[in-house]
Write a protein that binds this ligand. Sequence first.
Ligand SMILES: Cc1cc2nc3c(=O)[nH]c(=O)nc-3n(C[C@H](O)[C@H](O)[C@H](O)COP(=O)(O)OP(=O)(O)OC[C@H]3O[C@@H](n4cnc5c(N)ncnc54)[C@H](O)[C@@H]3O)c2cc1C
Length: 495
Amino acid sequence: MSKALVCSCEDVTVSDVKHAVSRGFCDVESVKRYTGFGTGICQGKNCLSAVAALLEREKALKPEAVVPFTPRPPLYPTELRVLASAPVDESQPPVGGVPQELEHFASALRPEGSVPAKAKVVIIGGGIMGLSLAYNLALRGETDVVVLERGYLCAGASGRNGGGVRMQWGTPALIELAKRSIDLMKDFARDLGVNVWLRQGGYIFLAKRKDVAERLERNAVLHNKYGVPTRIITPDAARDIVPGLTMKDCLTAAYNPEDGVIFPWAFLWGYAQGCQKRGIKVETYTQVTGFETSNGQVRKVKTDRGDIACDTVVLASGAWSPEVARLVGVQLPNEPHRHEILSTEPLKPFLAPLVSVLDTGLYFSQSMRGEIVGGMGDPLEPAGLNMGSTLRFVKRFAEALIEQMPQVGSVKVLRQWAGCYDVTPDNNPVLGRTPGLDNLLQMSGFVGHGFMMAPAVAERMAQWMTTHESDELFTRFNLRRFAEGKLEREDMIIG
Ligand SMILES: Cc1cc2nc3c(=O)[nH]c(=O)nc-3n(C[C@H](O)[C@H](O)[C@H](O)COP(=O)(O)OP(=O)(O)OC[C@H]3O[C@@H](n4cnc5c(N)ncnc54)[C@H](O)[C@@H]3O)c2cc1C
């Protein structure tokens, strides 16, 4: 054991880095996430080169594969009130952003050797959906499964989200899925041996407009019908739960004490580890490049490390799903939309629930590490796969947060980043068989709530795939509904 520090902000030692490598987390992005190095107040300025040198010395990677992690703005830790006063023309849409994240990962990171020549099930996408499905298939005895991920685990939305988990939805299907997911999350550490830091501090939704207040009231009745203890509370009662909220212009609030937050990265690692222990291959830095089809079936999945013949293919590529589907001639109605998010320096615990202003999509919570983590949607954001960060976002977010909670103005932002929501026309997922390509299964379109849906959806999907019993979920959310116009819109979208 070496107690020599490589990252003094986050107390990461040489041994911690070696431990990450021994668990298969060898590239800089993965080591950063696994150990936490570079996520503290120095933003990686003091530790990145030490970790890179250590990885090279440990021969964890080829020298050309030791590439720095993506730098995150702001350049220096910056107070929210300074960001709120940034000169930004808010009438202009948020085009561009820095850094423009690479669509292609360094080829030196690609593992040597080919992918398996055949597998019963190939899952495209090593995000929460793909990994949780693979794990659930293994639990049901199906281990001839390969998961293909073009980057590192956590490269997609699953590694970029706010970790919010809530039962407060507008439709019975999502309420029930979220309830089941949260139950599964409670047992995650026992079942998978990884602590996902589930903290059930509740969610408080605030409403400023009358129509939004009515939506909260209507949905609370639905929640209670499905056993979710949401209650409508006055602005004063909300301030009792979160002292310091100004409640400016708020008409009402909805509170479910059983909602909460989790730590997303650990969740992915838990499922990936659970898959690997059961013999499932999770192939990172392996990109799907095409398909071979005949007689209405996908026969092979082509990758940059060889082809895999298979019986069933699952498309779980998040915001990239339309792009991957096009490779096999399938049109999905999903659209990627950038959503930005940030994290501050850590503070002592002061905020139990996640607070969201439903009118604007502002949300903020406090992580188990003490950081304020929050985001806010942007009505001017154009569709597209863009993961750059903008000054416009931090300005809008900081203004909205300070309006709600002025005392956080002097808290410093350490990092901002972005990911893509995988948006469908009715804000509901695309699941089940693909018309015309029966063995291509869809598992995408989870907008801004896939993380909290994954455990329950994966459980049902694995059951449906292995038993062939019918399950209405895969009919209700089938791709066909868009052509047939059978849409039931989900209205509790934030971010
Ligand atoms: C800023 C932000 C905040 C969010 N907050 C929350 C929240 O609080 N709670 C919540 O439940 N959800 C939240 N979400 C949504 C949630 O993160 C997603 O719904 C969920 O992670 C989607 O999981 P996925 O596995 O479908 O997609 P992803 O995690 O994006 O995984 C898809 C994977 O497919 C890979 N891939 C793409 N193309 C290929 C290819 N050709 N070959 C191989 N692999 C490929 C990608 O690299 C990616 O890793 C948020 C999302 C964002 C962006």
